[in-house]
Design a binder for this molecule. Sequence first.
Ligand code: ZN
Length: 246
Amino acid sequence: MQQAGICKGCWQQLRVPIVLRGPFSVPFRLVGLRPSRMNPNLCTLCEMMFTRIYKVQQMSVPATILFADVRGYTALSEMLDSPQVARLLSGFYETCGTAIWDRDGIIIKLIGDAVLAVFNFPVRQEDHPYQAVMAGIDLQRRCRAMKATLQETTGGDAPLGVGVGIHTGQITIGEVGDFCRDFTAIGSVVNLASRLQGAAEPGEVLVTEEVYRQVGDHFPQTQSRRCQVKGFEQPVKAYALGVETP
Ligand SMILES: [Zn+2]
């Protein structure tokens, strides 16, 4: 992945160059400013903005939420031994991280074998729904490559697949921050993205009507389908984007 020399968030919003890498990063590290684990192109100050400050003073921002999770994981854990499963999972997180960070998203929380990413905060992006979709497509492409390698290792058909769900709207930062600790404090945008991910077939990037309206020009003639998702009475209109036939 592309590594930024200075924190993208601090530079974009404050015009302050926080050096993340190389010899000039030493004084910053001494005061605790390091690359964030949510996104190594951001610093720990940006991370704090997300996790602490906005918890006190709740703030609503437009953002796009991406959920990804591994399918066939249970079947795989029966086929592989535990070090192999651990390697597979860390490979998946690394793959997700690269795809998301390359598009300036941040990873809020890894829930079991799922990943939740936010786009448009703290790095602002005019086209955050598009960036999230492209990250999702890139993630699927990388996971297909991972699967091919895995099939060589296991010498058979590895039942590995990844489902991706994306929704966009106003999110409350405190809400997402709390989500780290409390799964029930999930907001409606985050909730629908998560449910849609559940409805996605392995290999699919499934997006809502709200997302498609903003990225449709890049994916013309995509057919919509109605998905019955948990917790929603009416079926949700969704679009599968960038699916390549294997
Ligand atoms: Zn920063």
